[in-house]
Design a protein around this ligand. Structure first.
Ligand code: MN
Length: 325
């Protein structure tokens, strides 16, 4: 999806200054953000308490929303650079089109992974005839210097690897978990896993101790170690954990996100990730100049001239900094 804020704040991210070298349990409340006219999402990253978890830099959880009487998700063409979008549905269908020629529908259990690299444009819509409920997560992964200017690419994985054990069904979206590796392209050491807990589940799941991790619930409620976790918040686990204990009195659905703390300093603004305010300003200018399709972003079929213009740049220079609160 697109960051639809018309006055987006500049986010200065990266660096290890804010990564504790030990396990912690920090409950970080998300904030509700209005997307478009009627869709409210829970933004769990970035928040006041934390800006990145590994290379994960943006986490929106939306729904379940009853869209039976409306058009549902309608996100016209908008650009991205320097990041990957990870689209994960729990209910519903999304029609994805992009400027590298992708045109497909994806649904629950399928991974839509878009590597923006040097630049891409895409649109996301609920199909005209769609399921009643829309529920999912939109996540962004920052690309490291070595990969941030690669040609844009899109991957659709209809099935993902995972396992079921002791009331837990794990599906590996990206990276590796418990010895199971996703086919999705990953450019830094990281992990993203859907954890489906049956009512009464009490499991200890393995973690990579060099990673920092965070958990969120998309439905139900869970107890992580001794901390309660409900939808609308993210629980940051810090580093240095070899495992974490998860309990669920009721059937619950969690997302585990983690990765090696992201060393590089970046600037994130609107839908772009860059390395300087100057670069971001040039990307915004180029997107607006390429109306109708251009060399960096290209055109999305089916939209004619409909596209999302870049918001006005903030007046202050955008400087990359460490991951301070
Ligand atoms: Mn998008």
């Amino acid at each position: 999806m697109s960051n639809t804020d018309r006055r987006p704040a500049a986010r200065e991210l990266g660096g290890r200054a804010e990564t504790p070298g030990r396990p912690v349990l920090d409950l970080l409340p998300g904030k509700e953000v209005l997307l478009g006219e009627s869709t409210v999402v829970r933004r769990l990253l970035p928040t006041l308490g934390r800006r990145m978890v590994g290379a994960w830099a943006f986490v929106d959880h939306y729904g379940p929303d009853d869209i039976s009487t409306g058009p549902g998700m309608q996100v016209p063409p908008h650009p991205h650079t320097g990041l990957q979008t990870v689209s994960w549905l729990l209910e519903g269908q999304v029609h994805h089109r992009d400027s590298v020629g992708s045109d497909l529908h994806f649904g629950p259990g399928e991974l839509a992974l878009m590597t923006a690299g040097q630049g891409i444009a895409h649109s996301e819509q609920s199909p005209a005839v769609h399921p009643r409920f829309l529920h999912g997560a939109q996540l962004w992964v920052v690309l490291p210097e070595a990969d941030r200017s690669v040609p844009a690419a899109f991957e659709h994985h209809r099935t993902l690897p995972g396992f079921t054990s002791d009331g837990l069904t794990a599906t590996v979206l990206i990276g590796a978990f418990a010895g199971v590796t996703s086919p999705g392209r990953a450019c830094t050491p990281l992990v993203g896993v859907d954890l489906d807990l049956a009512a009464g589940a009490d499991v200890e799941v393995p973690l990579e101790p060099d990673f920092e991790h965070a958990l969120l619930t998309s439905s139900g409620a869970a107890t992580v170690e001794d901390a309660p976790l409900t939808p609308g918040a993210m629980l940051y686990l810090g580093t240095g954990r070899r495992s974490v204990r998860l309990r669920a009195a009721q059937a619950s659905r969690l997302l585990l996100l983690g990765g090696e703390p992201f060393d590089e300093r970046i600037v994130m603004w609107w839908n772009f990730v860059g390395r300087s305010g100057q670069e971001i300003a040039e990307l915004a200018e180029q997107w607006d100049a390429e109306s109708g399709g251009g060399d960096r972003f290209g055109a999305v079929a089916g939209w004619d001239d409909v596209r999302t213009p870049a918001p006005p740049l903030p007046p202050l220079p955008l400087k990359p900094r460490g991951r301070v609160r």
